[in-house]
Write a protein that binds this ligand. Sequence first.
Ligand SMILES: Cc1cn([C@H]2C[C@H](O)[C@@H](COP(=O)(O)OP(=O)(O)OP(=O)(O)O)O2)c(=O)[nH]c1=O
Length: 197
Amino acid sequence: MSEESEEKKLVLASASPRREEILKQLKLKFTIIHPKIDENNFNGDTPEELVEILAEKKSRSVSDIVENALIIAADTIVVLDGKILNKPIDNEDAKKMLHLLSNREHKVITALAVLDSDSGKIIVESNVTDVKMLELSDDDIDKYLNTGEAMDKAGSYAIQGFGGLFVESIQGSYYSVVGLPIHQLATILKKFNYGIL
Ligand SMILES: Cc1cn([C@H]2C[C@H](O)[C@@H](COP(=O)(O)OP(=O)(O)OP(=O)(O)O)O2)c(=O)[nH]c1=O
């Protein structure tokens, strides 16, 4: 780690307990600030463009209140046949999404933004991971919804929880599906002279 980077603080601009957990697993020291954006106010020409815009906006939404920091923010969406599946609004919505995902392959796209609060330099990248779901019966879906796990997850499932029981295979990054592709985080932080190891 360079002297310059050692002085930088890491800030996670996220209210997601998963992203916090992943950074803790990497033994990083960081503070958390909840981003202040309304995700419904933004559009992109493609799903990738939209998640990248959202990750960038989340990082910028806290940049005024920190100094000497590298701000990390991310956004995750599920895409099936080009259509975005966000977080479900209620159980019925989650049920519909899980029926759509059943026995199909979909994409989980996570964009990651790292913003230097002082220089304004920002790097934004997205990760696309393909996920193949098993065929789900009505009973599987009802039992899954009873766990309460679906509600704050893009696509209405959590691969890191009971939702992992429905995932036949993935091609790409497991961490990206959970919400933070750590290999890309390490590469981006290196470009800011910040080493995780
Ligand atoms: C597909 C999938 C999504 N998710 C989660 C990751 C994200 O937290 C969430 C998608 O919502 P996001 O809007 O990306 O994130 P968030 O609202 O939880 O947190 P913040 O914006 O404050 O950073 O779905 C899982 O935890 N597991 C999964 O398998």
